[in-house]
Write a protein that binds this ligand. Structure first.
Ligand SMILES: Nc1ncnc2c1ncn2[C@@H]1O[C@H](COP(=O)(O)OP(=O)(O)OP(=O)(O)O)[C@@H](O)[C@H]1O
Ligand SMILES: [Mn+2]
Length: 270
């Protein structure tokens, strides 16, 4: 009689590398005791002190996104090589690791999300902080009403040249950065009015209320999205900036880079 283990054990057959997504330290320790495997921890922080580690900038609600990010990160950090068979152990329904997927490194489509964080002009923490603000704004809205917002991160000089002010700039001469709790409150407050926030590579808020005037020629954004998203897509093709948009109408958060939609998040799932 075959057992469930015979049937499902195939998933990890001849696998030499395990990617552990956000393991507890006891789980990580148990993994260290397994012979002939190399372990890579993929998590928001390296609390377990893993030797091989990939930082996860956000907890992807979509499991395949999370796994692709981990594998791309492990490849980029040279923890694994293309063609390696890896097992990915993740939390899906529970707060403990409850699922395993097998993949061959390099075979999955590039997600673009890893690239968004590692190869953008803006620092990865700045992009993450802006995504956090957009997600929070999407969850809460402005006094309960849905609100839209547009953040342009990186290459700020060029972005300023391709835009003009709609109103006085409340951040003129100030030296404030995203991620600072007070600033996050300000960003949410100012998002009631029109236009875009312009943020430097390092996270300094350069301006609010900018009307972007990039050329939209040849920019292909999904149908149904309006001028805010078109402006976001276009500015990232005209400059090396990354754009993060919260939609007032469908309440999703999207990121654009190089003129393309890279990431779509539902704030309700975070
Ligand atoms: N070029 C631009 N630069 C900065 N802000 C813009 C630009 N175009 C539009 N916006 C902002 O986007 C708002 C919404 O415009 P619109 O409804 O056409 O965009 P949308 O892509 O459908 O966004 P949403 O999903 O939030 O409705 C405008 O009121 C304005 O504040
Ligand atoms: Mn609209």
């Amino acid at each position: 009689m075959a057992t469930v283990r015979d049937l499902l054990g195939d998933i990890v057959d001849e696998v030499e590398t395990v990617l552990l997504f956000s393991p507890s330290s006891s789980y990580y320790e148990r993994c260290q005791e397994v012979e002939d495997i190399s372990t890579i921890v993929v998590a928001p922080d390296n609390g377990v002190g893993a030797e091989r580690y990939v930082e996860l900038p956000l907890e992807f609600a979509d499991l395949s996104e999370r796994i692709r990010f981990g594998i791309e990160g492990a490849l980029d950090e040279d923890h694994i090589e293309e063609g390696d068979e890896v097992a990915c152990a993740t939390k899906l329904f529970d707060d403990v690791i409850d699922s395993v997927s097998r993949a061959r490194a390099g075979d999955l489509d590039q997600s673009g999300v890893y690239d968004l964080f590692t190869n953008s002009r803006g620092d990865p923490e700045v992009i993450r902080d802006v995504l956090d603000v957009a997600v929070e704004l999407g969850q809460k809205g402005q006094k309960g009403k849905p609100v839209g917002a547009l953040f342009v991160i990186g290459d700020a000089g060029k972005v300023m040249n391709k835009s003009r002010p709609l109103s006085y700039n409340p951040f003129e001469k100030s030296h404030v950065h995203v991620g600072d709790p007070i600033v996050n409150v300000m960003l949410k407050e100012f998002s009631r009015l029109d236009g875009a926030f312009v943020i430097s590579d390092g996270g300094k808020i350069v301006s609010a209320y900018r009307y972007l005037e990039p050329s939209a020629e040849g920019v292909d954004i999904p149908k149904g999205l309006g001028t805010r998203h078109m402006a976001a897509g276009s500015i990232t093709r005209d400059t090396n900036a990354t754009a993060v948009v919260l939609s007032e109408s469908d309440r999703l958060v999207r990121a654009f880079k190089g003129g393309e939609l890279i990431l779509e998040l539902d704030p309700e799932e975070y």
